[in-house]
Design a protein. Structure first.
Length: 95
C-alpha cells in the first residue's frame, strides 16, 4: 500500500472506530462504501489482525483495535503537522 493510500486507510480506521459505521465514515471521508471497506481491510491484512468485530449494522473495536486507535490518531496528527510545515515552507519560499 502506498503512503497516500495508507494514510487514507488510517483515517478510515479512526473514523470507523469513532462512528462504528463504514457508511458514516464513507460519507465523512467522501468515499464510496466499497473504497472505505477496501482500505480498512487492506490495513488489517497488512498488520495481520482484524481491528473490528463486524456485525450486520455496526462494527465494534476488537481489543487490538482499541489499543491501536490512539496510535493511529497520533500518526495522523503527525502527518498533519508535517503537511502544515511543508505548506508554510512553500509559502515562505514564494515571498
Amino acid at each position: 500500500m502506498q503512503t497516500k493510500d495508507n494514510l487514507e486507510a488510517w483515517r478510515v480506521f479512526v473514523s470507523v472506530a469513532r462512528t462504528g459505521s463504514i457508511k458514516e465514515t464513507a460519507i465523512e471521508q467522501n468515499l464510496d462504501m466499497s473504497a472505505a471497506s477496501r482500505l480498512l481491510s487492506s490495513l488489517e491484512t497488512d498488520l495481520g489482525f482484524p481491528f473490528f468485530d463486524r456485525h450486520s449494522r455496526s462494527m465494534a473495536l476488537t481489543e487490538r483495535g482499541q489499543s491501536l486507535v490512539h496510535h493511529a490518531e497520533q500518526l495522523l496528527a503527525y502527518f498533519s503537522q508535517v503537511n502544515e510545515i511543508r505548506s508554510e515552507e512553500r509559502r515562505v519560499g514564494k515571498e
